[in-house]
Design a protein around this ligand. Structure first.
Ligand SMILES: Cc1cc2nc3c(=O)[nH]c(=O)nc-3n(C[C@H](O)[C@H](O)[C@H](O)COP(=O)(O)O)c2cc1C
Ligand code: SF4
Length: 409
């Protein structure tokens, strides 16, 4: 298995609050290379060649997104780092901010300058106060060294980075709701098109990227896109942070290539299932993720559209046979009922009704009528909601019905 470490290589080795530590391990060499040796479009071409795909869940090609914004003729453009990370069981982006905030900043600066932005935002969930403080310190230190601000490293580039705290709503991780939130509007998704790359923040072309996606950029600039494209699965290459949780011996965040199988993650990185427990299923990608059974554990995880199990945020929750499925269903449905933004009826009502049924399921009072209703509600959430959150609310319940035969009991 690939030994390259890109995101975690310096975790635990450098003091995240000291920029000198980051510089001592080669930090900001990529920015120096960008400023002194590259044109913005050359940097974007390297990212295109890397085939880096978004780590926020949808797996969109990062280079193509940056290119679209770079090619727009608008003089005002924005770059946004998405550090909302409200998906239950997912904490990889916070770990990047905790352990190597300068790596994230360096990626943000290169990406923002390459598209022609003079202002970048880090949108962080308001509950993550410690990470916000760490990032504020990192930003001030980067500013002092002239990696930020006016005339970066003696060049004609200017960039201001603002750290913006959201109120901690799951929907504000969705890029158009996030943009609304920065604009001071209600955090709910916008109709697309236009996409943010055409009309995003304040109506201007905007690239929104996940924090983990961005943290790959310095390595790509220094080592070349072609080298990155050789790591992991050829359809969506690179290194990925996986979050192992639940019934595994060694829970936590691990860095491994894309294309790794769930079994390899659980056994080789997580040390296997907790002793004395028997594997039942795993949930991949947080509360909005699919459930996989034992027979599916050898499936490679990629961001390809052909991958049957979406990798999503990269979290792997192992559930053993001692678990109470009605407790789990209650927690999924409670989460989506609370986080539905209420903009569209199918999701506002559907998540509410699914939660009511989950309460009856827990009390052992589920009726034949409920069993029919579940199927209707799932269809409604999957097929008629305004944004993907409605679909997300149905995913695990659908698999519980079809794979765990929930309604047959
Ligand atoms: C309900 C919902 C929540 C989301 N939450 C996040 C999030 O917390 N972080 C994130 O990076 N992307 C999140 N996304 C995806 C973003 O809309 C967007 O695709 C992503 O930030 C783009 O970055 P990437 O291309 O680097 O993945 C969410 C999407 C939806 C529909
Ligand atoms: S699907 Fe849910 S979260 Fe999305 S717009 Fe409709 S109510 Fe809001």
């Amino acid at each position: 298995m690939e030994n390259t470490k890109i995101l975690t290589i310096n975790w635990g080795k450098i003091n995240p609050l000291k920029i000198g530590d980051y510089l001592a391990v080669g930090g900001y060499l990529a920015l120096k290379k960008f400023v002194s040796e590259m044109k913005p479009d050359e940097a974007i071409e390297e990212i295109v060649a890397s085939k880096l795909s978004g780590r926020g869940g949808a797996g969109y090609a990062t280079g193509e997104k940056l290119k679209m914004v770079a090619e727009s003729e608008s003089h005002e453009k924005y770059f946004i780092c998405n550090l909302d990370e409200s998906e239950p069981g997912t904490y990889k982006d916070r770990m990047i901010a905790d352990n190597n905030p300068q790596l994230l900043l360096e990626g943000i600066i290169i990406a923002a300058l390459s598209i022609g932005a003079h202002k970048a935002y880090i949108y962080i969930n308001g509950n993550y106060e410690k990470q916000k403080e760490t990032l504020e310190t990192a930003r001030a230190q980067a500013h002092k060294k002239n990696f930020l601000g006016a005339g970066i490293l003696g060049s004609a580039y200017d960039l201001d980075v603002e750290i913006f705290s959201g109120a901690g709503a799951y929907i504000c991780g969705e890029e158009t709701a996030l943009i609304n939130s920065i604009e001071g509007k209600r955090g709910e998704p916008r109709l697309r098109p236009p996409f943010p790359t055409e009309a995003g923040l304040f109506g201007k072309p905007t690239a929104v990227n996940n924090a983990e996606t961005i943290a790959n950029i310095p390595w790509i600039i220094l080592n070349g896109g072609k080298k990155y494209a050789k790591i992991g699965a050829s359809c969506s290459p690179g290194m990925k942070l996986y979050i192992l949780g639940g019934s595994v011996k060694k829970p936590g965040v691990v860095e491994a290539p894309t294309g790794v199988t769930i079994r390899e993650l659980v056994d080789d990185f997580g040390g296997g299932v907790t002793p004395g427990r028997d594997f039942w299923f795993a949930q991949i990608g947080g509360a909005s993720g699919r459930l996989v059974l034992e027979k599916e554990l050898d499936m490679p995880l990629t961001f390809s559209r052909d991958c049957q199990i979406p990798l999503g945020s990269g979290s792997i929750l192992v559930v053993d046979k001692m678990a109470n499925i009605s407790d789990l269903i209650l927690s999924w449905t409670e989460f989506f009922r609370r986080e539905s933004c209420g903009k569209c009826v199918p999701c506002r009502e559907g998540t509410f009704r699914l939660h009511e049924i989950a309460l009856r399921l827990q009390d052992g009072e589920i009726s034949e009528r409920d069993k029919v209703a579940i199927k209707d509600i799932l269809w409604t959430l999957e097929s008629t909601t305004f944004c993907p959150l409605g679909r997300f609310a149905a995913t695990a319940m659908r698999d519980a019905v079809e794979k765990l035969n929930l309604l047959d009991k």
